[in-house]
Every structure is written in C-alpha cells, then in structure tokens.
Design a protein around this ligand. Structure first.
Ligand code: CMX
Length: 133
C-alpha cells in the first residue's frame, strides 16, 4: 500500500455535511459524484496528499444507510492507494483477508476499488483503490 488515498465519512445529509466540513476544513469540496451501484452520493475535499470523502445513502439498501442505522454518522472506511490492485487483492486473499468483491469495481473519483471485510481487518472497513487509466 502506498498511502491513505481518502477517509470515508458516512453522513445523513450531504448538503448539510458539506457546509459543516467546509467550515471545519476552511475550504470547499471539489466535486460531487454519485455511485449508483453502491447507492451513494459523495463529495470530496482535497486535504494535501489525501482526501476526505463524505457519503450519503441514496437508497435503503445502501451500505451507508445500514451503517448509520447501526452506528450513526462517522468514519466509515479508510481507502489506501495501491499501484496494482489485482496483485494486492491476490496477496491479501492469500494472507487470509476477506475480499468483499472478487474483481475490482469502478468507484468514485476515477478509481478501481475493492473492499475488505472489517471482521478480517481489525474492525476497519478497508478500501483498496487504484487510479483508472
Ligand atoms: N466499519 C467497521 N465495521 C463495520 C462497518 C464499517 N464501515 N460496516 C459494518 N461493520 C460491522 C457491523 O457493525 C457488524 O459488526 P457486528 O457483527 O459486531 O455487529 C459487522 O461489520 C458485519 O456486519 P454485517 O451485518 O455482516 O454486514 P453489513 O450488512 O453491515 O455489511 C459490509 C458490512 C462491510 C460487508 C458492507 O457494508 C459492505 O459490503 N461494504 C462495502 C461497500 C461499501 O461500503 N459501499 C459504500 C461506499 C462506496 C464508495 O466509497 O463509493
């Protein structure tokens, strides 16, 4: 893994959260993007080398909706940048980590992504992400 690419924060209301976090960070988000497959609307703030992603559920089946129901708003996942997501997925599976998708999927912000189950990673939902060429 190269670096923390972004930290994902689950929010109930993206519009309100954008205002709150813009005040906290002293800057505005640079993009809003929906990921239909995941049932989320996201916004991104650039934080130096890394980013903060705010995520709001867009349907009841969304992982974000379930997370907020169980745990409330807050840090949802940590995403790590990798050079070769295929090689890293293979390596991690061989190490016994549970991959939530067998093939990389298209994610927000022009990435290929894979999630690891938090039960296998010390209670943290980990995302691998690689820039899509
Ligand atoms: N971080 C840490 N633990 C989490 C978690 C999270 N984000 N989400 C769920 N859990 C915990 C649950 O609280 C539960 O713990 P307990 O058994 O102690 O109660 C455990 O993981 C298993 O939960 P589950 O009921 O089996 O499964 P869920 O239906 O809650 O799903 C997960 C959990 C991680 C498999 C699911 O959320 C998932 O597939 N996530 C990946 C996709 C995703 O998060 N998409 C949204 C973001 C998309 C984007 O960034 O574009």
């Amino acid at each position: 893994m190269k670096k923390i690419e972004h930290i994902g924060i689950a929010v109930k209301n993206l519009e309100a959260a954008n205002i709150l976090f813009a005040k906290l960070f002293g800057k505005q988000h640079y993009k809003i993007e929906g990921v239909e497959r995941e049932g989320v609307q996201t916004s991104f703030f650039m934080m130096g080398e890394t980013k903060v992603e705010l995520l709001q559920a867009t349907n009841d089946e969304s992982a974000i909706e379930k997370f907020i129901e169980k745990r409330g708003e807050g840090i949802h996942h940590i995403a790590f940048a990798v050079d070769d997501i295929y090689a890293e997925m293979k390596r991690m599976e061989a190490e016994g980590f549970i991959l939530l998708n067998k093939e990389p999927l298209p994610g927000a912000d022009n990435k290929l992504i894979c999630f690891l189950h938090p039960k296998s990673t010390g209670g943290i939902l980990v995302e691998l992400c690689m820039e899509r060429k």
